[in-house]
Design a binder for this molecule. Structure first.
Ligand SMILES: [Fe+2]
Ligand SMILES: [Fe+2]
Length: 527
């Protein structure tokens, strides 16, 4: 961090940035410019009819050292959404117009407008100050840091299955019960812990955060647009400062929001483009590189048997995602610039929870053979609402569930050339944790098929086969909520590179952290 990166006078810097863009007051001088410009200056009178800049958040572009996308949203149309990009001292570098995309929520008929400004040509490992605004709105300011280029040390974090800590529905008491006041409940599987985990991530201040699906469970909510609004209100305090890079979960499948239900998710996020995607599948899987880590985010509803969303969409990409994934994995493993391959996804290949979702044979049939072939180091996933991890896995038994084989059993230091470590990190904050449901000794319920749709619910019941789980390494039965932090050490040429993994339990509104365990992944450097 150099002198201009310390953000020691944030207020001065943002005033400089505004002044350089011809907006508002510069360095304490009088407010300059047109009435529109005046309204855009902090502290100036604003038109209350103009919606605020809400839900500010970031995503890396495909080249995380040079590209960042700044996003926010509104429930009314806005004019000239744009981002002022500057150095930390307020020097303006560029003004980037945002592109607006919209969706109409199929349940409420409400239109949501998301504004995405794609910044490029950035310097690696550099802190920037930015302001997001649209005409007449008070600019929202935050800072971010681009990824380093080449081999460098950095930390990222991951969790899934969060929900929101807020209330969205009036409680309807049983017949004959009269309450003195209206009680409000959370109807999208949230809990107060959904706020704590975000505070916990901010204590670690990672370069970026991987969100392993089931973001806010809007598909369960009485008011789906409010669930998303609350999700961003809760997470913008982190996601406006560091990219939150998602994978879609089954609860992002919302009936009536696009042909396969992901249109809300696809509107709020502007992730890197992936070759071969269509309008239907845009943004559902993607890849980016940070240092010598290649991250692949994939969409598991495409391969899972479980009927877990608002509609049954298995096979929606008709093989396109798998073809893309194989090509990406092959290229990543062949590259001398890439040491680590990390996959972020939602549904799991492994779980030792009873009476919860379980593992899905579809993941084992479609993905894990590719993870084996190309030597994926680490899989982070969610769907199961607890923390556990596997030994390094390579190959499988010739049985009905394709039980994964553990290549080694040490739990403190793992050579990922031997196999892929799967981490289930689904304790992001839901009201329905699964940490108290572990089989003892470890077993796994695998969904191997689904039955015909139940005429009452329309849902396909899962067909389970239970297996032994010799691949199970570590489980966190005592605590429900937390996340994992990954400290990448590039090592030296000719030596090892390592990732020190810490799983933190999180408790309390200040995101207080208690390390549950640490372990190390290692492999030789490729270059
Ligand atoms: Fe979930
Ligand atoms: Fe899920």
């Amino acid at each position: 961090m150099n002198a201009s990166d310390d953000g020691s006078d944030f207020e001065l810097s943002r005033r400089r940035l505004l002044a350089a863009a011809g907006l508002g007051a510069g360095l304490g001088a009088v407010v300059a410019g047109t009435p529109v410009a005046a309204a855009e200056a902090p502290g100036a009178p604003t038109d209350p009819a103009i919606p605020p800049v809400a839900g500010l958040h970031l995503q890396f572009g495909a080249d995380a050292a040079a590209q960042m996308t700044v996003s926010w949203h509104s429930l009314q149309p806005v004019r000239r959404p744009r981002v002022l990009l500057g150095r930390m001292d307020g020097r303006l570098e560029q003004t980037v117009e945002a592109q607006t995309v919209s969706y109409v929520d199929g349940k409420s008929g409400q239109t949501v407008h998301a504004h995405h400004a794609r910044l490029s040509g950035l310097r690696p490992d550099t802190a920037y100050l930015y302001g997001a605004l649209h005409e007449g709105a008070v600019p929202q300011f935050a800072t971010f840091r681009t990824a380093p280029r080449g081999r460098a040390a950095f930390t990222f974090t991951s969790f899934g299955d969060q929900g929101t800590p807020s209330l969205g529905k009036a409680y309807v008491p049983p017949e004959g019960v009269k309450l003195p006041d209206t009680l409000w409940v959370n109807d999208n599987l949230g809990s107060p812990s959904a706020a704590d985990t975000t505070a916990g991530v901010e204590r670690v201040q990672p370069l970026f955060h991987l969100f392993n699906g089931d973001l806010c469970y809007a598909n369960l909510a009485h008011d789906r647009v409010r669930a998303w609004w609350d999700f961003w209100a809760n997470n913008s305090r982190s996601a406006s400062r560091r990219p939150w890079m998602p994978s879609p979960g089954n609860h992002e499948n919302e009936l009536g929001n696009g042909p396969i239900g992901y249109q809300a998710y696809q509107t709020y996020f502007a992730v890197p483009e992936a070759a071969g995607q269509t309008e239907l599948t845009r943004g559902l899987w993607y890849a980016f590189t940070v240092g010598s880590v290649r991250v692949l985010s994939i969409a598991n509803d495409d391969v899972c048997y479980q009927d877990g969303g608002d509609s049954y969409v298995r096979g929606y990409s008709a093989g396109a995602q798998k073809a893309w994934l194989e090509k990406e994995l092959s290229a990543a493993r062949a590259s001398r610039d890439i040491d680590w391959i990390v996959v972020c996804m939602h549904q799991v290949a492994i779980s030792t929870a009873d009476k919860f979702n379980g593992a899905d044979l579809g993941v084992r049939q479609e993905w894990t053979p590719l993870f084996d072939r190309y030597g994926v180091d680490l899989v982070v996933c969610g769907h199961e609402h607890h923390y556990e991890r596997s030994h390094p896995l390579r190959g499988h038994e010739a049985n009905a569930t394709l039980t994964p084989l553990a290549a080694a059993t040490a739990t403190d230091a793992i050579d990922t050339r031997q196999g892929t470590v799967h981490m289930v990190i689904g304790g992001g904050g839901t009201s329905r944790p699964s940490n108290a449901l572990f089989f003892d000794p470890p077993q796994c319920r695998v969904i191997t098929a689904v039955g015909p749709p139940d005429p009452k619910t329309g849902r396909r019941p899962p067909i389970y086969v239970t297996e032994r789980a010799p691949w199970s390494a570590v489980r966190n039965a005592a605590h429900a909520y937390g996340f994992a932090a990954f400290a990448v050490d590039p090592g030296r040429p000719g030596g090892l590179t390592t990732i020190k993994v810490t799983y933190y339990d999180v408790a309390g509104p200040d995101g207080r952290l208690a390390p549950f365990e640490t372990f190390t992944l290692r492999r030789p450097r490729r270059g």
